[in-house]
Write a new protein. Structure first.
Length: 302
């Protein structure tokens, strides 16, 4: 297949607990889980996405409404995020624009380092699909022909459909997708929140978000305790990101584990984070940990 170039953008920081080259670096497709057309599109992708050397397929999926989707949107630049989320309205509600446009304006394909949106995301998805289906090959060929069109025209057509998709195809109150290989194909919010979906529970059941600041409990964590770093499911604060000479662009340490080094309430907890737990190899001198600080509410007992 010929090499084609997409309108893409770099991210503000890395999220290695989701994109680990040693574990799973497959790109993640973010879709509107309340849109019937989006759900049908993803269901079709699950059917045709296959890989010769990986039984899990080439793509992973998460709803834009999920915590995984929320974090991956937050790591976008302001310009890119504005093309995915509707602007804040006069009442300060994000994603409810003055003209009543839908909160989520674009499907998104997120990789470890790059993000694709609008028509570029669709082309990236189609290029990623494997399998021997003749119908799929025809669609991929037509997509290549469509790529020669100017980006402004392609994205204009995408926006036209996106604005009308719920009117034409309807909506659902929540994401209704399920797949037998759910754990391999969908990214569970538990990667970030520490609360994983019960595989034996109703797949459509909602998980009620709760969080606890352990330092306000009767037996708070102490220096030297081994803990995990989570992003509470009911917080609207940005996750903790570590910046240093090794990672000047920043690494989100949510999903990692480590040992409490210093407790400086109410602002922060300084930790020695296990480098392996956030997708990093040993440091330049063989260090197995790195120093980082997190918010007190991001601490969870392992």
């Amino acid at each position: 297949m010929c090499i084609i170039y997409y309108l893409i953008a770099a991210n503000l920081f890395f999220q290695l607990s989701i994109f680990s080259y040693s574990k799973d670096s497959r790109p993640i497709v973010l879709f509107d889980g309340e849109c019937n057309l989006c759900n049908k599109f993803v269901q079709t992708l699950l059917k045709y996405d296959s890989c010769s050397d990986d039984d899990r397929g080439n793509l992973r999926f998460a709803a834009l409404q999920s915590r995984v989707g929320d974090l991956l949107v937050r790591r976008m630049s302001d310009d890119l995020r504005a093309q995915v989320l509707a602007p804040v309205d006069d009442d300060g509600i994000e994603g409810e624009g003055e003209d009543g446009e839908d909160k989520y304006k674009s499907i998104v394909v997120c990789g470890p380092e790059k993000t694709f949106i609008q028509s570029s995301a669709v082309f990236q998805i189609l290029q990623s699909l494997g399998g021997s289906s003749k119908r799929l090959k025809v669609i991929q060929y037509l997509a290549l022909l469509g790529y020669v069109l100017p980006t402004k025209f392609r994205d204009g057509a995408y926006k036209f459909i996106s604005k009308r998709r719920k009117k034409w195809f309807g909506t659902s109150d929540e994401c209704l997708l399920w797949d037998d290989g759910f754990e391999d194909r969908f990214v569970d919010d538990g990667v970030l929140t520490g609360v994983y979906r019960d595989p034996f529970a109703d797949p459509h059941a909602k998980i009620i978000p709760t969080s606890t600041n352990l330092f306000e409990s009767e037996t708070p964590p102490a220096r030297g305790d081994k803990v995990s770093i989570v992003w509470p499911a009911d917080t609207n604060k940005d996750p903790s990101v570590s910046y240093d000479d090794e990672s000047p662009d920043g690494i989100c340490i949510i999903g990692g584990t480590g040992t409490i080094s210093t407790i400086d309430l109410p602002m922060r907890v300084v930790m020695r984070v296990d480098r392996k737990s956030i997708g990093l190899g040993p440091g330049g001198n063989g260090e197995e940990t790195t120093i980082a600080w997190v918010k007190p509410e991001e601490i969870a007992i392992m």
